[in-house]
Ligand binder design. Structure first.
Ligand code: URA
Ligand code: SF4
Length: 208
């Protein structure tokens, strides 16, 4: 079987399961076509046994350049909201459902493009492996892509956000993506809703 193309990430997972081993193996993943145009794999980051795991969609332009998740505009919004919700960044492992930047070119600009269902599914083994190692108490599922990866394709963030749900041994709370807050016609309202959901996640941690 060719290790390139659309066979998914599974053949690239290392035998040794540690975050360090996963991160270095993911750097060479060719489980879907996204590795071809992106600069690098952007793997999850945070304490090995963080109590919160936050899952986004795909790295953005800045994340792709710098190699770290949530360091661009969406990341700044996320940092502010975490602080307001009383969630300490030091307790948080941050990652993405898809680990290479998905984009199209408009002139010289790289414009974010939502990953396809096939790409989300291809990348799922990395996320599953991170979850199995970190074993967070609470998983914050940010946006439809992360929801598809973790909660299945029937899940609707708009209808089911803000409700704690069991996910394995953890509690999942779905919410909108911080980029959706930045794009919202009424940003203040969208931010307030995002913050409410993060507060629900913080409370779920306290009661878990
Ligand atoms: N959006 C995401 O989903 N993830 C990032 O890392 C940055 C922006
Ligand atoms: Fe592998 Fe995921 Fe990158 Fe696709 S997006 S090449 S599955 S790490």
């Amino acid at each position: 079987m060719a290790k390139d193309g659309n066979n998914g990430a599974a053949p690239f997972l290392p035998d040794q399961r540690s975050l360090t081993a996963l991160r270095s193996a993911a750097a060479c993943c060719q489980g879907c076509g996204l590795y071809r145009n992106a600069t690098r794999t952007v793997f999850g980051e945070g304490p090995a046994h963080a109590r919160f795991m936050l899952v986004g969609e795909t790295p953005g332009d800045q994340e792709d350049r710098k190699g770290h998740p949530f360091v661009g505009p969406a990341g700044h919004l996320l940092d502010r909201a975490l602080e307001e919700a009383g969630i300490d960044r030091a307790e948080v492992y941050v990652t993405n459902a898809v680990k290479h930047f998905s984009f199209t070119l408009r002139g010289k600009r790289r414009i974010h493009q939502r990953p396809t269902a096939a790409e989300i599914d291809a990348c799922q083994p990395w996320l599953a492996a991170e979850l199995a190692l970190v074993e967070p108490d609470v998983i914050v599922v940010m946006g439809a892509t992360a929801a598809r990866s973790l909660l299945g394709k029937e899940f609707r963030v708009t209808k089911q956000r803000g409700t704690p749900l069991p996910l394995g041994e953890a509690i999942a709370v779905a919410t909108i993506h911080p980029s959706a807050v930045l794009r919202a016609p009424d940003r203040d309202e969208a931010y307030a809703g995002f913050l409410d959901d993060l507060r629900i996640a913080a409370a779920a941690r306290r009661s878990s």
